[in-house]
Design a binder for this molecule. Structure first.
Ligand SMILES: [Zn+2]
Length: 260
């Protein structure tokens, strides 16, 4: 199993060398995407990732720095399939907290080449807390967070989530955009192998201190979704975070591969 990091930036203005947030878990020849920020499929292709391995795409919330590359990802899957036929008959599922974003995107895609007709199944569904799927032993569960409040116009649904990803005895927690550790503390027990923590809304040094004090501090802390706290003071932040957690802490860059 591998963790493939495509984009590491939060929704700041464009930042050289970084793209908006997206990563995938690769396992058994299948790809499970989490968020789809700008250029994610382009970056994946540049990393040698085969888009035809895509099984599911999970979106934490529908802000642009998490869905800006979704249209291109789906368009590229269709395009490569058109040439190779490698995706014919496959099932692709999109899990998205607010179906309105998908309906708008689909309407746009249907105005592109061939009306976005395809010979594979593409389905989309909203989700709430709990198990999203168990796909051959890869399990993903969602837990809402306080980044976005309930949408009372949509029946009180939560609109922003973090995730627990488990397979082959390994576990990863992805914070999603979050109000803080209180949002996802229950996912950290028992002790997890990796925490992917967003830093677009947090001071990474303060967060590393908070985490280091916990008995269930995960085996590795990987920062993603960087904001100005990191981008404007990268060297200092990296040094201070390493002073607290050593090699267990890493400020992720685009195009990083983590072996699990
Ligand atoms: Zn964001």
């Amino acid at each position: 199993m591998r963790l493939l990091i495509f984009g590491t930036c939060s929704g700041t203005e464009p930042y050289p060398g970084r793209h908006h947030t997206s990563f995938a878990v690769e396992r058994g020849g299948n790809l499970y995407w989490f968020d789809a920020g700008e250029g994610c499929s382009y970056t994946a292709c540049c990393m040698g990732v085969d888009l035809m391995q895509t099984r599911k795409i999970v979106i934490s919330h529908t802000h642009m720095d998490h869905i800006g590359g979704l249209g291109n990802l789906l368009w590229n899957i269709r395009k490569i399939n058109e040439r190779t036929g490698a995706f014919a008959g496959r099932d692709l599922e999109l899990l998205i907290p607010d179906i309105r974003a998908w309906e708008g995107l689909l309407a746009m895609l249907q105005t592109t080449e061939g009306g976005f007709s395809r010979n594979f199944t593409l389905s989309a569904r909203e989700f709430g807390d709990g198990l999203l799927f168990d796909d051959g032993g890869l399990r993903v569960a969602a837990l809402h967070n306080s980044h976005l409040r309930r949408d009372l116009t949509a029946g009180g649904r939560w609109l922003s989530f973090g995730f627990l990803i488990e397979a082959d005895g390994k576990s990863i927690v992805y914070s999603g955009d979050t109000g803080g550790i209180g949002d996802f503390a229950e996912l950290l027990t028992p002790r997890r192998d990796i925490l992917l923590m967003e830093t677009g809304h947090h001071d990474p040094v303060a967060f590393a201190k908070q985490l280091a004090a916990r008995a269930d501090c995960p085996g590795r802390l990987l920062f993603i979704h960087h904001g100005r706290h990191i981008l404007d003071s990268f060297t200092r932040v990296q040094r201070e975070v390493r002073d607290l957690l050593g090699d267990r802490a890493q400020i992720l860059a685009d195009r990083t591969v983590i072996e699990l």
